[in-house]
Design a binder for this molecule. Structure first.
Ligand code: ADP
Length: 644
């Protein structure tokens, strides 16, 4: 096609785009109609952006203020096209936007894909398919565009067959905005049928604020239909959130969610509210059912769009919700903000602060309602977003109590592998004298369940909450009390399980008591590896356990610091010994200093292992254990069966 004056240049797609294109075409086949939603969404975003830029530069609208979107089908050419009169793209922009993926963490995301198309299609759904979904239905895609602030001579054409390369050329383009032309694959010709396309536009785009018109481009049809004035918008073109709640069906709410969130999965719940009075604003907030792949990237784009009087301002309304609610998707439309709001202004605007705290409460209430009314959905919520929500305990002191009620835990009384226990459940089940809420932090549920620290609690029938999320220890530094009861880490400090301990202490005699020579001898053998050695009152079956000081940094925090490249503090735990345990008794009778040391070290390592810790010296541990096993009386006699 290139003529003599062609300035066409060819580029390779970024490797991630190639990978994504390949996967998409193979795993989204059954959802392929979504390409139309994605292209219309992009067109709508482009119109939004133009309207926004035109606030400061009204001349951008000099060619006309009509911001429509049209979908045209050309039966003969087999082409479906989506065009907008929005912001458009410059040559540089088109190369960047339609050749690379801007999301950070893309390759990490792509690594998670399994090759199982059902699973992958869900993941890709989470990622957001966007423009590239055009290649699910098209052999060839051509994009014609002109940025609104450039001249007709600075139009650009982009073409690709989605195989690895795309070509870009300068063209003359009279109208601003973008047209995306799809040469449909043979098996995708259904998207040339008017009724099919019309139904899809209604389904996917009813709620967007721009009119979407359908045009037939088959020679005769063209004239006929246009003459008949058949140019009414297919959609109702009224931004969904501006409609009264009663006029919006659940189905429409769900479709709108897919439009703004680019998510394939349905949201768990939503809340649509119009606030009148001193500050007028409307919010439509959704709680997704699947976490986005970049949930843990605190710098990743957030899902709230800001409009001021229906004019789109930003798709990262980060000032309107705290970071720990970053999974919320939706729209906020404020009446009283200036259209010229800048990020700095938003940050300091008292209106924004007030709206933010109102929205925060609204979201927390919405989540609380879900917990109360739909426990099963709440389980999904908690599994996907619980850990993020917990950050709020540290970051949002004013809502600590609200958040605390939403927490769910594993516990020594609940069997399954799902955290279902709330703090209210815990408190309700306790005998009234129990003043504390006991918990244990561990790396995994199995390590937690088999921790020696739980032995005394099991014996006494006292429930302990088992915390196994990466951030638990950090969060618990900020969350120390619920409903008037202090939270107590069972692996730290003294255990004051009422009078019990005093009784136990009274039984100690001089040979095994706290100040006995035996305890001092163990401490001497272990040296700096432990802060102190004590007699334990919490162990029933295990020989020993490690106990941290009340204010010491725990193991989880130490590992977090280490991972972040900081030096972990050196404070050591104390070793508590179970004086009833045969191994400890044996130790107390050992006369040889050498054997005493080796056995004491073994007891310490066993305590570390029981908590799922790394050993300081695994080789030494293995050697010592071997020595003891050999001492059991292994000899050269033949295996048992040969003896007979
Ligand atoms: P996303 O919309 O999630 O950013 P896409 O792959 O759909 O991802 O699009 C990539 C980028 O290409 C968009 O962010 C936008 O900058 C640009 N783009 C796509 N379609 C259009 C359009 N119709 N008009 C202007 N820019 C567009």
């Amino acid at each position: 096609m290139a003529d003599d004056q062609s300035t066409e240049q060819t580029f390779g797609f970024q490797a991630e785009v190639k990978q994504l294109l390949h996967l998409m075409v193979h795993s989204l086949y059954s959802d392929r109609e979504i390409f139309l939603r994605e292209l219309i969404s992009n067109a709508s975003d482009a119109n939004d952006k133009l309207r926004f830029e035109a606030i400061a530069a009204p001349e951008l609208l000099s060619e006309g203020t009509d911001l429509g979107i049209s979908v045209s089908i050309d039966q003969e050419a087999g082409v479906l096209a989506v065009s907008d009169s929005g912001i458009g793209m410059s040559q540089q922009e088109i190369i960047e936007h339609l050749g690379t993926i801007a999301h950070s963490g893309t390759s990490k995301f792509l690594d998670q894909l399994t090759g199982d198309s059902r699973k992958d299609s869900q993941l890709i759904g989470q990622f957001g398919v966007g423009f590239y979904s055009a290649f699910i239905v098209a052999d060839e895609v051509e994009v014609l565009s002109r940025r609104a602030d450039l001249s007709p001579a600075q139009g650009v054409r982009w073409r690709s067959d989605g195989q690895g390369e795309f070509a870009v050329d300068t063209v003359t383009r009279e109208s601003r905005g973008t047209e995306v032309r799809l040469k449909l694959k043979d098996d995708a010709k259904e998207f040339l049928e008017e009724h099919r396309v019309r139904a899809l536009i209604r389904k996917y785009s009813d709620h967007i604020s721009f009119p979407v018109r359908l045009k037939q481009q088959g020679e005769q049809d063209k004239e006929d239909k246009q003459d008949k004035g058949d140019n009414e918008p297919v959609n109702s073109a009224q931004a969904l959130w501006t409609r009264p709640r009663a006029d919006v069906s659940d189905e429409q709410y769900l479709e709108f969610y897919k439009h703004i969130a680019h998510d394939f999965a349905e949201p768990l719940t939503w809340s649509h509210n119009k606030v009148e009075g001193k500050r007028e604003y409307t919010s439509l907030l959704y709680i997704p059912s699947v976490a986005p792949y970049d949930l843990w990237n605190r710098e990743a784009p957030k899902g709230l769009k800001l409009y001021v009087q229906r004019v789109f301002i930003s798709d990262q309304a980060t000032h309107f919700l705290p970071l720990y609610l970053r999974f919320v998707r939706g729209v906020i439309d404020c009446r009283d903000l200036s259209l010229n709001v800048s990020r700095e202004l938003l940050q300091n605007d008292p209106h924004v602060g007030a709206i933010r705290s109102a929205l925060t409460k609204r979201v927390l209430d919405l989540i609380a309602k879900l917990a109360e009314k739909e426990p099963e959905k709440y389980q999904t919520f908690w599994q996907q977003f619980g850990e993020v929500l917990k950050e709020g305990l540290a970051e949002d002191p004013s809502n600590k109590d609200r958040i605390a009620k939403l927490l769910r835990f594993h516990s020594t009384v609940s069997e399954g592998d799902k955290p279902t226990r709330s703090l209210a459940d815990y408190c309700a089940a306790q005998e009234s004298e129990q003043k504390k809420i006991y918990y244990l932090v561990a790396d995994s549920l199995s390590v937690a369940r088999s921790s020696p620290h739980l032995e005394i609690f099991r014996e006494r029938g006292i429930e302990v909450l088992l915390l196994v999320d990466r951030i638990d220890e950090w969060v618990l530094q900020y969350f120390t009390e619920f409903d008037g009861r202090p939270l107590k880490d069972v692996t730290r400090g003294e255990l004051d399980l009422d009078a019990v301990d005093t009784a136990a202490k009274d039984q100690q005699d001089d040979t095994t008591g706290e100040d006995s020579p035996f305890i001092a001898r163990v401490k001497e053998a272990l040296g700096d590896q432990v802060d102190a050695v004590r007699v334990s009152h919490r162990l029933k079956e295990s020989s020993a356990c490690l106990v941290l000081g009340e204010d010491e940094l725990g193991f989880q925090m130490r590992e977090m610091l280490k991972a972040a490249g900081h030096e972990a503090p050196t404070g050591m735990p104390s070793l508590e010994l179970n004086m009833e345990h045969p191994l400890v008794r044996r130790l107390s009778r050992e006369e040889s200093d050498d054997d005493f040391s080796r056995l004491a070290l073994l007891v310490l390592d066993l305590a570390r292992l029981a908590e799922g810790r790394q050993l300081e010296d695994p080789a030494g541990y293995t050697r010592r254990l071997n020595d003891f096993l050999l001492a059991l009386g292994l000899d050269d006699s033949p295996p048992v069966e040969e003896r007979a």
